[in-house]
Ligand binder design. Sequence first.
Ligand code: FAD
Length: 325
Amino acid sequence: MAGALWCVVEDDRKGMPKKVMAEALGEAARLGGPVEAVWLTDKADDAGLQQLGEWGATKVWLLQHEGLAPYRGEVWAPVVADLAAKETPKAILAPVTSRQREFMARLAARLGVGLAADSVALALEGDRLVATRPVYAGKLLSKVTWAKQPWLATLRPNVFRPAEVQAGRSAQVERPPVTLPAAQMKLVERREEVSTGLPELTEAEIVLSGGRGMKGPENYVILEELGGVVGAAVGASRAAVDAGWRPHRFQIGQTGRTISPKLYMGFGVSGAIQHLAGMRTSKVIVAVNKDPEAPIFKIADYGIVADLFEVVPEMTTEFKRLLEK
Ligand SMILES: Cc1cc2nc3c(=O)[nH]c(=O)nc-3n(C[C@H](O)[C@H](O)[C@H](O)COP(=O)(O)OP(=O)(O)OC[C@H]3O[C@@H](n4cnc5c(N)ncnc54)[C@H](O)[C@@H]3O)c2cc1C
């Protein structure tokens, strides 16, 4: 339907949409719909299509082709731009993830429209959509709108209320023909990320972040143990990443990932402005630091002035006891 709100699907690359999609679809419904999903994949699972319907998509544009995986922005952007030119959606939304960040910027350039990246709120004001997004490392919130449609926005995870699950509801599936553009780039080597078994940083409801105070890569095992007990992802400050203790994909902050979990716990993190830029919208912030003057205590809801090497094992034991009850 012309004038729909599209949500570009972020999937787990095994055929299922990720739970951040419930947030994008929920927001599209709140903005009045019609809510439609656009899924580019080499393999879509029926269960995945059902899931999108239960999260409120009335239609799924299924762009299925073996050449769409692995993700390449130069291939995806023209495919969606062509479909958008035919179907004229009002808006195109996507969660902030590594690939959607790049893809949506390419799509905006291709369509010649604006992109409100990393939005934390969307509202219809008359016939305009207004997006709120943090600027200056999260110190200010700016409101932006678009000169023309479609309105493109990426949505910060864990900020928008997820759609209520409507059990048994299914979406109409459209399978438009997919014509791939001639690729400019060639896949030379593919490396799969090794899973830690813990939730993904940007999707997790609880995030434990280890800074320079962790003293070395070998000590992250204590955060992973605690993470395993409470179901948390483990991230790091840039100091820890620069020291080579953690890969860059675990870095939280201005030049790393932006997270907004229900609970953030920082261990041996001082709270530099660039780190805060990536986590200050967390709902509850806990800081453990030996230095009572550490700046992170200024934004923490709960502060523990102590040695993290004593606190973390105690927390692990205590949470295990509580959760086993
Ligand atoms: C352009 C730019 C971009 C940047 N982007 C980022 C970014 O994306 N993310 C980011 O994190 N940083 C970023 N930085 C770096 C940032 O300025 C800080 O240098 C960095 O965040 C500091 O990391 P840290 O808190 O782990 O280390 P430190 O500032 O060294 O703090 C370590 C803390 O650990 C405490 N501590 C030590 N031992 C213990 C212990 N046993 N128990 C408890 N506490 C202990 C200390 O009291 C101290 O407060 C950026 C900087 C620049 C200039």
